[in-house]
Design a protein around this ligand. Structure first.
Ligand SMILES: [Zn+2]
Ligand SMILES: [Zn+2]
Length: 430
């Protein structure tokens, strides 16, 4: 096959993809790769294949294409290509919940890319998402601050949308629902205005962030009891995802709809949603959302007072999955759920032991408020993150904030004068 012919095949693949004929596009690219001689064309074609796999939820394929890109980048000894390939590799590992690997590849991206450029912003964003997976929230805030600065310098609104949305995820994990809501609301507003003003060229990307942020806004709304709006946003996200065959968002929407139904005591409907989601998420190797779906299903079974044995087995799988990811908060949530089940079963001694384990996990995740010495994130509460990235219950730190003067603003945890460190992202929606 001539090289002009392979180039044409790659172009045809892009057109097919644009027409939402995803499988045909993937097939075109795969065939064109076989006879391709130019390493640069090979690299960009692998990039198309990686993006297509990610959008379809084929996370393992996504990883494989990234690895092949790295080989080419090394062969050509091209640092720009290295940076791109490492970023794809970092993102693939983050999606597969291999968080330590994701952080390390994101660091390689930083090493090979020009300082302050967009690619560095996306690398620190991937790091932030990975640190959420590892429950290291101070590191998340640190990375988000860097990403926010880079997004402003590069006037990259989509990057800013992701920064806001990830900060929302931090507050959600810490169970400060109103702050989670504030950040997600702002992320959605920005995604919407960006979609309205875009030049029509990257309409696929901008609309993807609209449905993603709608989905993410639904969870804090549900947790604040606004089921009507939670439902509205998740249904809008689901509609858009279904019409475009966006399986990752579809699966996450199913979990969210399950949660909303369960919160309204429609547990039988909830079970069906969770079961459908679990199948899709397992298929995609999305271990994080898979665990959330399993926890939801166990709660629904518990509310229905049925399937005790199955509930126990699912909870054991959820616990081992969250342990393998290194996510202490999800582990703790599994233990707390187990505690509830043991209490219902009158196994009080065992329930106490399990509660201790959960509390120890909160401490290990550095979620002990150093003012009142109780855990953050166990119960819904307002949380304040100081500019040094340390966090406290808002009520615990309020007194102290009032005593602060222009000269002395020491954080009770690190004693650092917070005047000398500014976390913009933590203060943005406070
Ligand atoms: Zn406290
Ligand atoms: Zn501090």
């Amino acid at each position: 096959m001539g090289q002009r012919m392979t180039r044409r095949q790659v172009e045809e693949g892009l057109n097919l993809y644009e027409e939402k004929n995803y499988d045909a596009a993937i097939k075109k690219w795969t065939i064109s790769l076989q006879k391709m001689k130019s390493n640069r064309l090979r690299f960009s074609t692998l990039g198309h294949l990686a993006a297509a796999s990610r959008d379809r939820g084929r996370n393992k394929d996504y990883l494989v294409y990234a690895v092949q890109q790295i080989d080419i980048a090394h062969e050509l000894d091209d640092n720009n290509l290295r940076a791109q390939a490492y970023l794809t590799l970092a993102r693939a590992n983050e999606m597969l919940a291999d968080y330590f690997k994701a952080v390390s590849y994101a660091r390689s991206t930083l090493q090979y890319s020009p300082p302050g450029g967009s690619i560095q912003g996306y690398a620190v964003l991937t790091m932030a998402d990975s640190y959420i997976g590892l429950c290291n929230f101070s590191k998340v805030v640190e990375c988000l601050d860097k990403a926010l600065i880079i997004s402003h310098e590069n006037v990259d609104h989509l990057m800013e949308v992701q920064v806001l949305s990830t900060m929302g995820k931090v507050y959600l994990a810490l169970k400060d629902f109103s702050k989670a809501h504030a950040y997600q609301r702002r992320a959605l507003e920005m995604a919407l205005s960006n979609a309205a003003f875009n030049d029509g060229q990257n309409v696929n990307v901008t609309s993807k962030f609209v449905r993603l942020t709608k989905l993410k806004l639904a969870t804090p709304l549900r947790l604040m009891g606004d089921f009507e709006n939670a439902n509205k946003y998740v249904e809008e996200a689901m509609g858009a995802a279904s019409s475009l065959g966006d399986r990752p968002v579809q699966a996450k929407c199913l979990v969210c709809i399950g949660d909303i139904q369960r919160s309204q005591n429609n547990n039988e409907v909830a079970c069906k949603k969770y079961e459908a989601a679990i199948q899709m998420l397992q298929d995609m190797n999305d271990r994080y959302s898979y665990t959330l779906a399993m926890i939801g299903l166990v709660k629904a079974f518990l509310a229905l007072n049925t399937q005790k044995q199955t509930a126990n087995e699912i909870l054991a799988t959820a616990l081992s999955t969250s342990t393998s990811m290194g996510n202490k908060l999800l582990q703790a949530r599994c233990h707390l759920l187990n505690e509830r089940m043991l209490k219902l079963d009158h196994q009080l001694e065992e329930a106490r032991r399990v509660l201790d384990t959960a509390q120890r996990l909160y401490q290990e995740a550095d979620l002990l408020c150093s003012v009142c010495k109780t855990s953050m994130g166990m119960q819904p509460d307002r949380i304040q993150i100081l500019p040094c990235t340390h966090m406290f219950h808002e009520r615990c730190i309020m007194d102290l904030l009032q005593k602060w003067t222009h000269q002395a603003q020491p954080c009770p945890k690190c004693n650092q004068n917070v005047l000398f460190s500014r976390s913009y992202i933590a203060l943005l929606c406070s």
